[in-house]
Write a protein that binds this ligand. Structure first.
Ligand code: ZN
Length: 483
């Protein structure tokens, strides 16, 4: 590390609020949000008036709602002054920051579409490009190229949330994080994770090699105690190494799954094989790596409500849906300096869960495990929507299965689902079990009953021959003229 880099690391480390969280704190992530709210409360008379308290020690949900609405107004004001996109957008919609006083008022603000961001990302930038500390480019799952710019302050708040998330998960300075993302992903989260660890003073190791023995060697050499990576990739490495050694002996304390939906069946099998908890973390390139983080009670992901406001809408009507109902996740940045995004439609299918959580966190809203992306949905039969995680659940419940891919074709009016399955035990019994399990999935069952979907077909491919694919390419729709 050069002197300049060391200095930058030192400066960023000093500015992290995560360092203010006491080591005895049971809910570091929630406490970190409370610290942010208290700081804003102290500095702003308007917020103190809205909350109606002189001091903000115990933060309630009502207090936090006011804090978030205050941040929305501030972010809107900043956006209309600095971001050409929002200057036009708010003027055209006739909406002003002072119009937003309640949760329902949020619906007055027009949505921001991902296609707008892909069309011209620079139009969103609220600062000049020369002031950026970092810029990320993503092709995304649908092929649009988006640019997301970070100022130093943006970078600090992103690292701050990763730091609080790692603390929440239980990591300390004694631990070492092994980072395993396949190189196939559109952007490289490994670098950001490793960078965050360095700033925090945590040890980390990176290995993106699909070679199982290389992974094992790196884990052992780095004395890793935590692992983070893409679940299908971790699963692949696990199935391959499980035969060589008992993975429980490696002393891994927790596995963090991210970048893809985590099937429950896969979680259980990984937990059994590694002898530790597997926690889910959800992120999106537009907003950062750790937007929501699961706690040990594993019933929803704690959201980063200090940097983001989460809404769930009915994708057809655009209106709010009640807590617990699945819909499209819409996010508003609350403190972005460069890529401001207000009511950004993520295309992710999720639900919000009201506090409290079983872990004891009392004001933070949680994200029910996201089901996947709307653009990865395919329609079969009478229009039943299917997406990869539906099949992940039943297929990965068989421990001998390494990977699979689904091809949808059509024969006359019937949809044909053909699963190519890579397994160590290609038996007839396994084939039958997979067919039965898949046929029990509600969407498939209905298609079968309507006689618009054929009984699923299974073909086994030789163990070790299937190329690793990210979830986005798990389902191949080969139907022509498909509506
Ligand atoms: Zn919790």
């Amino acid at each position: 590390m050069g002197i300049w880099e060391a200095m930058k690391t030192f400066i960023i480390r000093r500015r992290l609020l995560a360092n203010m969280i006491s080591s005895e704190c049971k809910h570091p992530l929630e406490e970190w949000m409370a610290i942010k709210a208290r700081m804003t409360f102290k500095k702003n008379r308007e917020l103190r008036k809205r909350i109606g308290k002189n001091k903000l020690e115990e933060v309630t949900r009502e207090d936090f709602d006011e804090y978030q609405l205050f941040c929305v107004r501030k972010q809107m004001k900043y956006a209309e002054e600095n971001s050409p996109y929002y200057k036009d957008k708010f003027r055209n919609a006739g909406v002003r920051p002072e119009d937003i006083n309640t949760w329902d008022d949020l619906q007055k603000i027009p949505f921001t579409e991902p296609t707008d961001l892909a069309k011209d990302s620079m139009y969103f930038y609220a600062v000049s490009r020369t002031k950026l500390a970092r810029e990320f480019t993503t092709t995304g799952t649908t092929g649009h190229r988006k640019f997301i710019g970070y100022t130093v302050n943006d970078l600090v708040s992103k690292i701050d949330i990763v730091a609080s998330a790692l603390k929440d998960i239980g990591m300390t300075g004694e631990d070492s994080l092994h980072i395993m993302f396949p190189l196939i992903t559109a952007w490289d989260p490994s670098v950001i994770m490793a960078g965050a660890c360095k700033i925090l003073g945590y040890k980390s190791s990176i290995c993106s090699d699909p070679d199982a023995e290389k992974q094992l060697t790196t884990i052992k050499e780095s004395k890793a105690t935590y692992i983070i990576g893409v679940p299908s990739f971790i699963h692949r490495i696990t199935t391959l190494t499980n035969k060589i050694i008992d993975l429980k002996n490696l002393g891994i304390k927790k596995i963090i799954s991210t970048s893809e939906p985590l099937p429950e069946s896969l979680r259980h099998s990984l937990e059994e094989i590694w002898g530790c908890k597997v926690l889910d973390v959800w992120g999106i390139t537009e907003f950062g790596l750790a937007c929501a983080v699961e706690c040990d009670s594993q019933n929803g992901l704690h959201t980063d409500e200090a940097n983001m406001l989460f809404e769930i809408i009915d994708p057809e009507t655009g209106k709010h849906v009640p807590d617990g109902t699945f819909g499209e996740l819409v996010i508003t940045s609350l403190s972005a300096e460069c890529s401001v995004l207000i009511r950004y439609r993520t295309r992710d299918i999720a639900a919000m869960l009201a506090p409290p959580c079983k872990c004891g966190a009392h004001f933070n809203r949680r994200l029910a495990k996201p089901k996947g992306r709307m653009d990865l949905q395919f329609k079969i039969g009478m229009g039943h929507k299917i997406y990869p995680i539906l099949f992940d659940e039943v297929i990965f419940s068989n421990k001998s299965i390494v990977d699979y891919q689904l091809k949808i074709t059509k024969n006359g009016y019937k949809d044909i689902l053909t699963f190519e399955v890579e397994t160590t035990t290609p038996t007839d019994a396994l084939k039958e079990k997979i067919i039965n399990d898949i046929s029990q999935i509600t969407e498939i069952k209905q298609g079968l009953e309507e006689d618009l979907v054929d009984i699923p077909k299974i073909t086994f491919v030789d163990f070790g021959t299937m190329q690793y694919t990210v979830k986005a390419k798990k389902i191949l729709d080969c139907r022509e003229n498909f509506d």
